[in-house]
Design a binder for this molecule. Structure first.
Ligand SMILES: Cc1cc2nc3c(=O)[nH]c(=O)nc-3n(C[C@H](O)[C@H](O)[C@H](O)COP(=O)(O)OP(=O)(O)OC[C@H]3O[C@@H](n4cnc5c(N)ncnc54)[C@H](O)[C@@H]3O)c2cc1C
Length: 381
């Protein structure tokens, strides 16, 4: 029987697999997709803290295109006041790094191959049963029904949540994120830009010589914007963003993601634990989702390994995990939700207050550094 069966071989599932193996646990990953290469067009801003975790696990050296973010420029469209968050203020080389979903998956898979963790592709899990001595996972692979047992099951299915009833808080933002690569006339190659507009945030993350765009739009507008001719799309983007970036030129395809908040109340019970987007799915406006998922993976493997080393009951490890993740999950979720909702409106009084807030934050020393540290390392509680 495996120590841990991981459902979902996305970035968080594979992270748990790496961390568990390094902690001396026997793990197995079940991934529904049969493809070995990821076609997901998302691009992630990894925090400096996440980069340290990936380095420690020996994953970082397998990344091929990590791009440093040395400055984050935060502003509101058409309003005064902005804040510059700089790596220099914290005495570090970069606030974070930009990596593509495909590259992080490539790096995790490369590390998993070196470590020798089993990954079963094309294995779709249908149900999990928890029994006193083990968890039993039922899955389908190549049209055959299969079953396996594990001491613990980590559900990292990205929030599909198909097979366990989990109480959660949910919010449909009624927004989509449009993602694409754009070349911006006035963008610096080591700056990320976060611009709040009445319809939601627009983020630009440095990516080679251009920037990755994450443009929040009302759900009803997404399809129309994807269907626009390239020139019309660029015009719509420049109108939404304002003049600060100068000309913005589209490079390559566009895609869209529906945006919801889903926060599971209980992430660990019996022999079953939720992790990554399965535990909390956040708006991408603050770039926190995968960073929190990575810290989930780190803490879970640590709790299980400590428990195994002391000969304790794994159920105790899950209780410890649940308690240890409480503040970071709740803090990251609340921060993201308040940020994207508080800034996504055109109310002139609120807009004035936000401008003043950005202006004062920029001039502040300690509060700004505190905020930056929380964004980079999470909320330890
Ligand atoms: C537009 C956008 C931009 C983002 N930008 C950032 C960012 O800058 N920084 C950041 O930290 N986060 C960002 N995020 C969030 C980030 O994408 C997620 O937090 C992250 O992908 C979660 O990883 P995961 O492994 O939990 O889930 P997923 O990436 O969804 O992977 C889940 C995996 O489980 C598999 N699976 C599903 N069901 C089953 C089943 N029944 N059986 C077996 N396998 C199954 C799927 O095939 C998939 O491979 C962004 C999100 C969006 C939408």
């Amino acid at each position: 029987m495996h120590d841990i069966a991981i459902i979902g071989g996305g970035p968080v599932g594979l992270s748990v697999a790496v961390a568990a193996k390094l902690a001396g646990l026997d793990s197995l990953v079940l991934e529904a997709s049969p493809e070995a290469v990821s076609r997901d067009p998302r691009v992630f801003a990894l925090s400096y803290g996440s980069h340290l975790i990936l380095k420690r696990w020996g994953v970082w050296e397998h990344l091929t295109d990590a791009q440093p973010i040395r400055v984050v420029h935060v502003s509101q469209r058409g309003r005064f006041g902005h804040t510059l968050l700089t790596a220099e203020e914290l005495g570090i080389d970069a606030l974070g790094y930009v990596v593509s979903y495909a590259d992080i998956m490539h790096a995790l898979r490369a590390r998993i191959a070196v470590l020798g963790v089993d990954v079963i592709s094309g294995a779709r899990v249908a149900t999990i049963q928890t029994e006193p001595e083990a968890a039993v996972v039922h899955f389908e692979q190549a049209l055959a029904q299969r079953v396996l047992g594990a001491r613990v099951v980590a559900q990292a299915d990205g929030g599909a949540n198909l097979f366990r009833e989990t109480r959660s808080t949910e919010r449909d933002y009624k927004q989509h994120a449009l993602v694409a690569e754009v070349a911006c006339e006035r963008a610096a190659s080591d700056h990320a830009y976060e611009r709040f507009t009445g319809q939601g945030p627009i983020a630009l993350l440095p990516l080679g010589g251009s920037h990755a765009l994450i443009w929040t739009v009302p759900a009803g507008d997404a399809e129309g914007l994807l269907a626009l001719e390239v020139g019309e799309f660029e015009l719509a983007l420049m109108q939404a963003y304002g003049e600060r970036m100068g000309k913005m030129r589209l490079r390559g395809p566009r895609a869209s993601f529906r945006l919801v908040l889903r926060y599971a109340h209980r992430i660990a019970s019996d022999r079953h634990v939720l992790i990554g987007n399965a535990a909390q799915t956040l708006h991408p406006g603050a770039g926190q989702g995968f960073n929190i998922g990575l810290r989930d993976a780190f803490e879970l493997s640590q709790s299980l390994a400590d428990c195994a080393a002391s000969g304790g009951d794994l159920l105790q490890a899950l209780r410890r995990y649940r308690a240890a993740r409480r503040f970071d999950r709740a803090g990251g979720t609340l921060f993201t939700d308040v940020l994207v909702r508080g800034f996504s409106n055109d109310d002139p009084v609120l807009a004035w207050g936000r401008s003043l807030g950005l202006f004062l934050l920029d001039a502040s020393g300690a509060p700004k550094r505190f905020l930056m540290r929380r964004m980079i390392f999470g909320n330890p509680g």
